[in-house]
Each structure stands twice: as structure tokens, then as C-alpha cells.
Design a protein around this ligand. Sequence first.
Ligand code: ZN
Ligand code: ZN
Length: 328
Amino acid sequence: MARRSKRSDSEKLRQSLITLLIDFEHKLNQDNLREQVQSLMPAHHQLRDLGSSLIHEEDAESAKGRVLAYLRKYPATLLHGDELMIVAGISEYARRIRELRKEMGWPILSGQALKDMVADGDLCANIDNYKKVKTDTYYLIEDRQDIEAAYRWNLANEIRKSDQSVKIKILEYLRKNIGKKVTGEELKYLAKDRSEWARRVRELRTEEGWPIMTCNTGMPELAVGVYILTEDRQAKVHDRKIPDPVRIAVLTRDSFCCKKCGWNPEKRNSGDKLRNFLELHHIEHHVNGGKNEEDNLITLCNVCHDDVHRGNSSEAELFKLIGVNIKI
Ligand SMILES: [Zn+2]
Ligand SMILES: [Zn+2]
């Protein structure tokens, strides 16, 4: 049972804990197991109280409130489960995290979801930090409560039950949430926690051409662990099958800007309603033998991309834009 913490007096708790431990020396010498265990009980409770007394926020009266306060104090930081246990003051804090995530819409990733993303190379910067992720780790993606999350979790629950492949379920879920930020945790849930979810997301993007954006595949302003299907359309067949490392290299070379008009995702809210995202275009079309390589790929916004496909730019012109000299 959760015990209510006496959060105002951490120092008193600390002192009484020391006294208890000092007294415990006698018990240790007496060699009476039952008495030893019983005399540790108050120390055990006081240690818990001391942990939960450390959170001073107004809403920290419940274990859930304290876990949330702690996560919000350290967003985008890998936190060990034991840290949450200490501030919660209870050992069953994991259920509180599920409630925070599914009922209240806090975007909290589990260590397993992060591990799945790491295994699939689906993380940007600081990748070394994330390599050390343990299963018993939690990560608040950003300090933003998503009021639509509860609705989405219900939808995820419905789709999860259906008798389809993981890839189809993920696609269906994303297509019902066009333009919305969804978290890796939701996608993992759809896959019934099987770690293949991260690979399926990548396949949907690279092989089937769905514009599923992450911080390293077209929308650098997104937080780690966030996915957005930006539009309900697949890339043209010849622009599919670009491996993510190549995609990232091209976007980086082009500074995440359209090479024709200079648009970048930071300008998304600047009044240009037509330009929404960046795509990669094969200058020499894939079907004609064009390679999935940096020297044959150019970053374009969706408007310029459509324009190029209407035949308004020559291959030579596009190669010049990316600084590749080719004799055609
Ligand atoms: Zn453009
Ligand atoms: Zn194209």
C-alpha cells in the first residue's frame, strides 16, 4: 500500500533513519533473525518516506503525481526505474506510468521502445547515450501533455486486436492520425510489444514510400521517439527503397532544405500552406537505373518535387544543385 509521505520534513526523516540504523547494530549482534527483520521495517518505511519527501511540488501528494513531477523535471532524459520508485515511494510505480501515458497523455517511452529504436538505427544525435538504454528505463519525450492521446490509445487498442500483420496495423494507425505526433510507445503497443515494430516503420517509409517523419528522416525539429505520417500518400514508386542511412546523409548534406526553393521545415508555420515536408528525389529515376546513392538524390519540398515530376527541371540542372558534375 502506498504510504502518504511526510514531505515537509526530509531532514527529520534522515535523522530518524540514522538513529534506526545505529540501533540496528545491537540487533545484528543478537543473531535473532525475526527481530532483525522486524526492526528494519521502520527503517524501510522511513527510507521510502524520505524518497517521496524530496518532491515538493503542490501536486506531489500521490505516487502518480510525484512520478510525473520527476519526469517533468527531467524531460528528454533517460531515467532509471529505481529513481521513479524512490520518488513514488512505492514499488508498483509502473502501473502509474501506464496511467500517465494512456489516460493523461504524457509521452513517456519505455526502455524497451528505445531499445527497439536503437536496434533499428531509428534515433538521431546522441546515439551513444541511447545505446546504454536498459529495459528498466523511462524517458519523457517532451514536457507536453497530449490531450488526444487517450483517444489514440483506445484506437490503438482496437487496431491491435485485429488479425493483421504488424506492418498493416501500424500503417492503419498512422493513416488514422495524419499529421499527428504519435510516439514509438504507441507503435510498439500495436505490435503487441514485439520489437519488430521499429523495423516495420522503417520498411513503410523506405520500401513503401509512406512519408513517416522522425527527427532524422525529414523533420529535425521532432523529439526523439516521435513519428508523424505527414500525408496520406505514398512516394512515387521510383523514390522508394532509399535506405535510411542514405536518406539521412542526403538530408544532412542538403541542410534539411529544399535545394530548389530553400524551404525547410522550420518555415512550416510561416503561411505557405502548400509546402509541408521534404522528400528525396532520384535525379536519374530509379526505374531507369538511377542509384540509391547520395550523388543521385536531392532534397526537395513536396511542391518542388511535384514540379520536378511535371518535367520542369532537367537532370543536369538538379545534379548541378547538389554539386555533382555529370556529362549527360
Ligand atoms: Zn522547394
Ligand atoms: Zn521524385
